[in-house]
Design a protein around this ligand. Structure first.
Ligand code: OSB
Ligand code: MG
Length: 369
């Protein structure tokens, strides 16, 4: 396959409600969308999920835009590729910048499936037709408000509830929810808000029978996470710490946790996510698919990856309506009880709504051969 044209769209998609984590508040989903055209005239899409500010990972939107426009896309346009994995080899000289590389890798998978007449899930070797939906809830002003929110999402069908925590918004908030919903599948995500010296507080969370605690410590703290996991009954899940297969191998060797939140964007695309879940399955680590408040384009790749057999826990894949009044794909991703049906159509399985894409685009650039 030969890419003959690439277009970058910078998007600002309003969120229904601001999303608050320990690193700050998001008011709109700002991201970039990459559209690739191949020599047969197919259009493939990928999402560049980097946030405007590099608080979650070192990547940020303006940086990824420049990297893609000036370096990665010109190189891609010069090189014929037989398979999306070949793009990873083409960009193996790039350190990190996983989200920029993921945008390309995903758009190549979209093209590859159109060329070979497969759905995304089928093309990557997925084994499920439905995936379990979970929801991630931002930090709320009070325990009572968190309990209400959790109740609403449980009633909507979500099978697993993740709650963001930070010092001062942790034990009492989670305990209130546990008391209200004794049997619900609950977990917490700290986005690195704690240090190993917070061990006494983190140990108290064991009482709440959480399915896991996600990323309590720093992104580089694999050794510290191992020390913490040895002290806790609750499983630790790593998110920010795992950007590559090598990180997953370090985690397995050190015992830094038992679960990986695999985000297609954070690890460099669908090809890398598949390699990480293969490794995880062989080393007794469970996986589930995390989210980046993705548009329908990013969500299509999340749904596909979650069909892989190593994804054994409910995902942060929710209905589009959980975040947006209007998405850029149709039909919108919806819940079917506690699950989401995985599309079986060729390609993404969703149509990109050109009018919606235009409506939310604030900047465009085309890169030609
Ligand atoms: O830590 O998983 C995270 C959103 C933005 C940045 C980091 C995270 C999240 C979420 C949202 O938890 C998951 C979703 O897309 O629903
Ligand atoms: Mg997380």
């Amino acid at each position: 396959m030969q890419i003959v044209q690439a277009t970058l769209y910078r998007l600002s998609l309003p969120l229904k409600h601001p999303f608050t984590t320990s690193f700050g508040q998001l008011g709109a989903k700002q991201c970039l969308i990459l559209e690739l055209v191949d020599e047969l005239g197919h259009h493939g899409f990928g999402e560049g999920a980097a946030f405007e500010v590099p608080f979650y990972t070192p990547e940020f939107l303006d940086g990824d835009w420049a990297l893609l426009e000036r370096q990665l896309l010109p190189r891609l346009l010069k090189t014929p590729l037989a398979h999306p994995d070949d793009g990873d080899a083409l960009f193996s000289y790039v350190r990190h910048n996983e989200m920029a590389r993921a945008a390309i890798n995903c758009a190549l998978w979209d093209l590859f499936t159109q060329r070979t007449g497969q759905s995304l899930a089928q093309a990557i070797g997925g084994t499920k037709t439905q995936v379990e939906a979970g929801v991630s809830i931002g930090i709320q002003p009070s325990p009572a408000e968190l309990v209400t929110k959790v109740g609403d999402y449980l009633a909507a069908g979500y099978r697993r509830i993740k709650m963001k925590i930070q010092p001062g918004h942790d034990y009492d908030y989670l305990r209130a929810v546990r008391e209200a919903y004794p049997n619900a599948m609950l977990m917490a995500d700290a986005n690195s808000a704690y240090r190993l010296s917070d061990l006494p507080l983190l140990k108290r969370l064991d009482d709440l029978h959480l399915t896991m605690i996600e990323q309590p410590l720093g992104a580089d703290d694999l050794v510290e996470h191992a020390a913490l996991q040895a002290e806790l009954a609750t499983a630790l899940c790593l998110d920010e710490s795992i950007n590559s297969l090598a990180d997953a191998a370090t985690m397995a060797k050190l015992g830094s946790g038992r679960i990986i939140n695999v985000k297609v964007a954070r690890v460099g695309g669908l090809s890398a996510a598949k390699r990480i879940q293969d490794f995880a399955s062989q080393h007794g680590l469970e996986c589930w698919c995390g989210g980046m408040l993705a548009t329908g384009i990013g969500r299509a790749f999340d749904l596909a990856v979650a069909t892989l057999p190593g994804f054994t826990l409910p995902n942060d894949i929710s209905a589009a309506a959980r975040y947006f009044d209007q998405d850029i794909t149709t039909p919108p991703v919806t819940l079917n009880g506690a699950i989401i049906d995985v599309p079986t159509q060729v390609g993404l399985g969703f149509e990109v709504d050109q009018a919606a894409l235009a409506k939310f685009t604030t900047q465009t650039v085309q890169v030609n051969r």
